[in-house]
Design a protein around this ligand. Structure first.
Ligand code: F6R
Length: 608
């Protein structure tokens, strides 16, 4: 959510900043801006709209070898040129870009206004520029530290000052800030994606730290400016995997799912003992046996996958397990139990609500492991152990392949926990074989998806839809509704199929289609009976099911079936989610919408 870049070195900064911003645009795309330390002083260009709009609007002469840039997701004030970052102080000599939210911005704005400062924007960030600009401290670092001491809230920020053009000062509290070390040049970014093309030698600032970055290197300090030595390390990533140029990200990421499934499973399956090996969990068998409860925490789609995963852990490992929205967790002052295994699940590893839940658990002495995609991200660094999902970079705001790998991460976790407890070797081997075949089946769902396009076009015509499923199918329905509403802006609501008759059935009509998840399992009959109740009221149906499920009379009415291949029942949630992703994608494309950058949203929610 919002992206920061910075550069200082031998080259012209502006083109590098713009290139970095385009790599971060999925994190916020309502406005963008850059500030460059030119020989004649500070130059700032900013604009509502996309990075390409900024690029087109930039003056031709914008030379300078140091600068900062930002792509914004609005928190304080609408997306206008004036609210775009960088923000400058009254003298026009200080420029600041900021990710996060300042909680006491209103009070500081009032104080500055009372002091005669004319605020040029509605943002919280602008106060930081003024506080720095008005500081009587000697060095830029001291000015920044003094300003930070006055603000409450979260920030990742980068500051330049025309009077000290040899440096960028950066600081972090709650929002990531990474320094990349090059050859006589340095990069700054809120996300590895922006700098990995130039260097893989990086240092992650910790909360409460400030750093001075010059072309020759960097120095880190604590908030009181005492030295906090921090060395840069090599990150083990393939820079080319961050080459996410072009458009069509959601579609490409959706199609990458068979390969992503292979990546998350690679080297982790044990055919002989019918189990999984997840060394990174740091859990000894004796500790595993002592676990009395599993609690999964995640947000949005990661929470829905967490629900799927929790029921799987309960079923296979026979440990009571549930999932909770991480965004709510710490506000109810949860009891942290020593024999509970907490599992934080996150694609970005940066979602602030999930990160704060992890910190709350650890502060109270609980043990938390992570299922995280982004290597070296804040959650990955904070947990006691975990597994990386190896989904590869996910750029589209609507998550697809990361969710598939999250679910597979849960299957592996449930298998490992189960096999240390009461899951038989035969059951374990059945699942291992199912997992080995899964990438091929995912490919089959994608290959057979042409017929879905028409169905999606029909669904796109509805203003409102239901998604329903039972037990394992209910979080699948929730995720289906989430994906559909995110990219089509249609009202899509998920219910347990069994709950329809307790209220929502009142809304069923020929104009309100229902997408139902009906696997061939012990609940098929009950599911089909509920679908009759919808059909009897004229509600059109799209049923995601298996070929052997007999829908009987339903198929004579307004009912379309989408058959997915059979696998082990525990893997149905993946194979049944993929058609729902495709329905959302094709419906949104049909409506002429930008599926990669849906309105009001951004990738990685780093504000509370
Ligand atoms: C939905 C979506 C969001 C994220 C949620 C958590 O398509 O992308 O609901 O799943 O914001 O994000 P991560 O997984 O990065 O913690």
């Amino acid at each position: 959510m919002c992206g920061i870049v910075g550069y200082i070195g031998r080259l012209d900064a502006a083109p590098l900043l713009l290139e970095g911003l385009s790599r971060l645009e999925h994190r916020g795309y309502d406005s963008a801006g850059v500030a460059v330390l030119a020989p004649s002083g500070l130059k700032v260009a900013r604009r509502a709209g996309r990075v390409r709009d900024l690029q087109e609007a930039m003056p031709r002469r914008f030379g300078g070898r140091a600068g900062i840039g930002h792509t914004r997701w609005a928190t304080h004030g609408p997306a206008t040129d004036a609210n775009a970052h960088p923000h400058v102080d009254a003298t026009g000599r200080v420029a600041v870009v900021h990710n996060g939210i300042l909680d006491n911005a209103a009070a500081l704005r009032a104080e500055l206004t009372a002091d005669g400062v004319e605020l040029a924007s509605d943002t919280d960030t602008e106060v930081v520029a003024h506080l720095i600009g008005r500081s009587g401290a000697e060095t830029l670092e001291e000015k920044v530290a003094e300003a930070l001491a006055r603000i409450d809230g979260t920030y990742g920020l980068a500051v330049v000052h025309a009077d000290v053009p040899d440096r960028i000062v950066v600081a972090r509290h709650g929002s990531p800030l990474i320094i990349g070390v090059g050859d006589h040049e340095m990069h700054v970014a809120s996300d590895l994606a922006a700098l990995v093309r130039y260097t893989t030698t990086v240092a992650h600032l910790e909360d409460g730290e400030i750093a001075t970055v010059t072309a020759a290197g960097f120095t880190t300090y604590r908030a009181d400016l005492t030295h906090a030595p921090r060395a840069a390390t090599e990150v083990d990533v393939d820079p080319s995997s961050y080459d996410v140029d072009g458009d069509d990200h959601m579609h490409r990421e959706l199609l990458d799912q068979p390969a992503a499934a292979e990546r998350v499973l690679r080297g982790r399956l044990d055919e002989r003992f019918g189990t999984a090996h997840l060394g990174g969990l740091n859990l000894e068998p004796r500790e595993t046996r002592a676990i009395r409860r599993v609690k999964v925490l995640g947000c949005g789609s990661a929470f829905y996958v967490g629900q799927m995963g929790a029921s799987l852990v309960e079923e296979l490992a026979r440990i009571p397990a549930d999932a909770e929205a991480a965004s709510e967790f710490r506000y109810r002052n949860p009891v942290i139990e020593p024999d509970t295994l907490y599992v934080a699940v996150s694609q970005s590893g940066e979602t602030i609500d999930t990160l704060l839940a992890v910190q709350e658990i650890r502060r109270k002495g609980g043990r938390v492991v992570g299922l995280v995609n982004v290597v070296g991200s804040a959650i990955a660094r904070e947990v006691d152990g975990g597994i990386y999902l190896h989904a590869g970079p996910e750029v589209a705001v609507a998550s697809t392949k990361a969710l598939t790998t999250m679910y597979l991460g849960f299957v592996l976790l449930a298998l490992q926990l189960g096999r240390v407890r009461d899951l038989s070797v035969a059951e374990g081997k059945r699942l291992v074989a199912g997992l080995q075949a899964l990438p091929g089946l995912v490919q089959q769902v994608l290959d057979d998806s042409d017929a879905l396009v028409d169905v999606a076009h029909r669904l796109a015509a509805a203003d409102s839809l239901f998604f329903v499923g039972r037990v394992r199918g209910y979080p699948v329905a929730r995720e289906g509704a989430q994906k559909f509403k995110e990219v089509t802006y249609r009202h899509a609501e998920a219910y347990p199929t069994s709950e329809l008759k307790h209220g929502p059935l009142a809304l069923v009509s020929p104009d309100v289609p229902t997408v139902a998840i009906v696997p061939a399992d012990e609940l098929t009959e009950r599911n089909v009976a509920a679908l009759h109740e919808i059909s009897a009221r004229g509600g059109p149906l799209v049923v995601v099911t298996h070929a052997e499920v007999d829908l009987g009379e339903l198929e004579r009415g307004a009912c379309t079936r989408i058959d997915v291949p059979r696998s082990e029942r525990e893997l149905d949630p993946i194979l049944m989610t993929i058609p729902l992703q495709l329905l959302a994608l094709h419906a949104a494309t049909h409506l002429g919408l930008d599926v990669d950058k849906p309105r009001n949203l951004a990738k990685s929610v780093t504000v509370e």
